[in-house]
Ligand binder design. Structure first.
Ligand SMILES: CCCCCCCCCC/C=C\CCCCCC(=O)SCCNC(=O)CCNC(=O)[C@H](O)C(C)(C)COP(=O)(O)OP(=O)(O)OC[C@H]1O[C@@H](n2cnc3c(N)ncnc32)[C@H](O)[C@@H]1OP(=O)(O)O
Ligand SMILES: Cc1cc2nc3c(=O)[nH]c(=O)nc-3n(C[C@H](O)[C@H](O)[C@H](O)COP(=O)(O)OP(=O)(O)OC[C@H]3O[C@@H](n4cnc5c(N)ncnc54)[C@H](O)[C@@H]3O)c2cc1C
Length: 607
């Protein structure tokens, strides 16, 4: 019935202050940013073009281009990926050849695989590209640099001479990403003034002299680092949205269990449903808190870079790459699990889950393929370990590797299930697992004469070690979050339950790592799982309130299953009748194609 809160009985069970939890969840982000980051997908995405100009353009160039971009007088596309190269930026083929006679660069796509391919906004709407191309001076290749290129007339939006642009076509399913005009672009000797090479990091003089960057060349990758830390925040939004829908529906849906006319059992009370759903609820909170930490770490990096302090740049790259990888994989897989948790109705468009999945899953690929990103983390870990011998004491997120010798001797002293509720017990186990996996890789790598051959041969193990390292970061940041002063009745207690669920679910899921590295015994692994089951019972009465704390409107969720009032069945039925198929009783084509078959006479008793 309209106006009735079918989940009121669930909300009355809450054992914590929901208003405070809403504030904890929102953190430093306001609702506008939340909505903006989602709405951005269906508009042109200034997410990268503008930050890239800020990162790579001189002050003078910024003064020229930023006002135009900020006021949408030009619409930009971050045009890096090509048909033949995306992950391997240093393999890009587009060229920008300096012509000293005219003081210009000539941009060209020398091969089909040099065609720019994927950049958002490029296909139909962008007027300008921040094109990444190989700088060529006097036949010498100086590697990939950024160039601002006008693509279309600002009068009639027609493409300019030498520019061939198109949309790359429909993408996965019918998802909203099809409203994004990811495009293709071929340059045929397009000339731009020399001052349209972004020259903050390195320059080309009027005489054609290349002035190399006096800062790490990787700063030219800075926009990707910026977006990767944003994508970790996006992962918490995407996952929490799916978890909100499936948790509310799990409390509404009843199936089996009726005795003597009693109501059937709420599916949220089945232990299998809880074992699938509650770790995702905990993961949404875990990812939100690590995204907060990562955002502050990134802001600290920016301040350091201003002061020419590059000391945390390698760690920032490793953390943004690794956490982008881990959190987008968890969110993408989690959204699919939430669809399955809703049974058949989860597959309806009106559930909001298929669309969310179709929109979200490319996050595992864009801004860095998730495996390639974890390999970057692995390189960082191996480098950190190789420097231990020279007395280089690791700090920050790799500080535990400085205690590797001690961690190699570690054995968990868990005796009872409740011992796993102690944060220090959990962190030690996760540190030991990560350290031992990385040390084992380093040990095996040392057996290879050619380190790169070893890295390739061991890359699957290295990805697992990098995963363990990143999961340790997320667990640690969840624990650190709860060491902050958090007011409100029961709020910290509930977050403590989620923190333990998150950590013990990972331990259970990766029990092979913990056993094969001899960090814990099978008995201790069993006790962790025992504790996990108990934790599910503790979170169960608070589940609806914990997803209410995300503070999502029904409009934002766009899901008949995730409605705040739980009034699912009437709305499911109502939504179905909006389908144009139901405008007529007899379907199009019936009379032409189906009815003749039905009217066909029987032959010898057979149709
Ligand atoms: C409700 C729904 C919510 C959902 C909301 C959704 C909202 C929408 C969200 C969408 C957001 C945006 C839309 C999508 C945008 C996507 C845009 C793109 O995809 S842009 C293109 C992205 N492309 C990439 O990410 C390419 C990945 N490849 C690379 O980054 C590099 O090629 C590489 C790092 C893999 C290799 O680089 P290379 O130069 O070859 O370096 P080496 O591996 O040799 O390492 C040398 C050295 O450099 C260090 N390094 C590497 N990268 C960095 C860096 N970025 N910063 C700092 N340092 C770096 C590396 O560690 C090595 O260091 P050493 O000390 O020398 O070992
Ligand atoms: C929706 C969407 C939006 C995008 N928007 C933009 C944009 O706006 N601008 C832009 O420039 N680009 C954009 N891209 C492109 C995107 O950045 C690339 O697709 C991404 O970086 C992955 O690169 P790739 O396609 O070359 O994958 P590949 O690297 O070809 O990946 C293919 C497989 O090879 C594996 N692999 C690759 N290298 C290694 C290695 N060294 N070791 C082990 N395995 C490896 C990968 O793990 C993967 O399994 C977008 C892509 C998508 C899907």
């Amino acid at each position: 019935m309209e106006g009735v809160d079918h989940l009121a009985h669930e909300r009355n069970k809450a054992q914590f202050d929901v208003a405070v939890m809403k504030a904890v969840w929102a953190g430093s982000r306001d609702a506008y940013e939340l909505f903006h980051r989602f709405s951005r997908l269906v508009a042109n995405d200034p997410e990268m073009f503008i930050p890239a100009i800020k990162a790579q353009a001189t002050e003078e160039q910024q003064k020229q281009w930023l006002p135009l971009a900020n006021k949408m007088k030009i619409i930009g596309s971050y045009t890096q990926t090509e048909l033949g190269h995306g992950s391997n930026v240093r393999g890009l083929e587009t060229t920008a050849t300096f012509d000293p006679k005219t003081d210009e660069f000539v941009l060209n796509s020398p091969t089909l695989t040099a065609t720019k391919w994927w950049p958002g906004g490029l296909g139909k709407i962008a007027t300008h590209a921040l094109a990444h191309a190989r700088l060529i001076i006097d036949d010498k290749d100086y590697g990939v640099h950024g160039f601002l290129v006008q693509l279309r007339s600002l009068d009639d939006h027609l493409t300019l001479p030498g520019i061939t642009i198109g949309d790359i076509g429909m993408k996965y399913g019918s998802g909203a990403y099809n409203t994004m005009d990811n495009g293709s672009l071929i340059f045929d000797h397009v000339r731009i003034p020399r001052n349209q090479m972004l020259m903050r990091l390195s320059q080309v003089t009027r005489e054609g002299k290349y002035v190399p960057s006096n800062v790490p060349r990787q700063l030219s990758y800075g926009t990707m680092v910026y977006v990767r830390q944003k994508i970790v925040f996006d992962a918490s939004i995407a996952l929490s949205r799916a978890v909100c829908i499936s948790t509310r529906y799990s409390a509404v849906r009843r199936q089996f269990g009726s005795h003597n006319g009693s109501p059937e059992t709420q599916v949220i009370d089945y232990k299998t449903q809880q074992a699938r759903l509650f770790p995702l609820l905990a993961s949404a909170y875990a990812i939100r808190f690590v995204s907060e930490w990562l955002n502050s770490f990134y802001k600290d990096l920016l301040q350091r870079l201003e002061a020419k302090d590059f000391s945390t740049l390698p760690e920032a790259h490793a953390c943004t790459a690794g956490l982008k990888s881990i959190t987008t994989s968890v969110a993408a897989d989690g959204i699919e699990e939430c669809r399955k948790l809703c049974g058949g109705h989860g597959y309806l468009t009106s559930s909001g889950l298929p669309e969310l999945s179709a929109v979200y899953i490319p996050a595992c690929t864009y801004e860095g393929d998730n495996v390639v990103m974890l390999l970057q983390v692995a390189r960082y870990l191996m480098k950190t370990i190789s420097q231990l011998k020279s007395g280089n004491k690791p700090v920050g997120t790799t500080a535990y590797l400085g205690r590797a010798e001690q961690l190699m001797q570690y054995h968990s002293d868990v005796l009872r299930a409740e011992d796993w509720l102690k944060p220090n017990v959990v962190v030690e186990a996760f540190e030991a697992r990560a350290a031992r996996m990385s040390m084992a890789c380093a040990q095996n790598l040392s057996k290879f004469n050619n380190p790169e051959d070893g890295f390739q041969e061991l890359s699957a193990d290295l990805v697992e070690a990098a995963t363990a390292h990143c999961q340790l970061i997320i667990v640690s940041k969840f624990i650190e979050k709860l060491q902050q002063d958090i007011p409100g009745k029961g709020v910290k207690e509930q977050l403590g339950v989620l923190r333990s669920i998150y950590a013990l679910f990972l331990l259970h899921k990766h029990i092979g790592d913990f056993l094969s590295t001899d960090c814990i015994t099978p008995k201790q692994g069993y006790l962790a799982n025992e504790q996990l089951r108990s934790l599910y019972s503790q979170v169960r009465p608070n589940a609806i309130a914990l997803v209410d704390a995300f503070n999502y409107t029904d409009h934002f969720l766009s899901s008949v299953l995730g409605r705040y009032d739980g009034n699912v069945y009437p709305k499911l039925y109502e939504e179905a009748w909006k389908d144009p198929l139901n405008d007529t009783s007899i379907p199009d084509g019936f009379h032409e194609y189906v009815q003749p078959m039905l009217k066909q006479p029987l032959h010898h008793g057979r149709l």
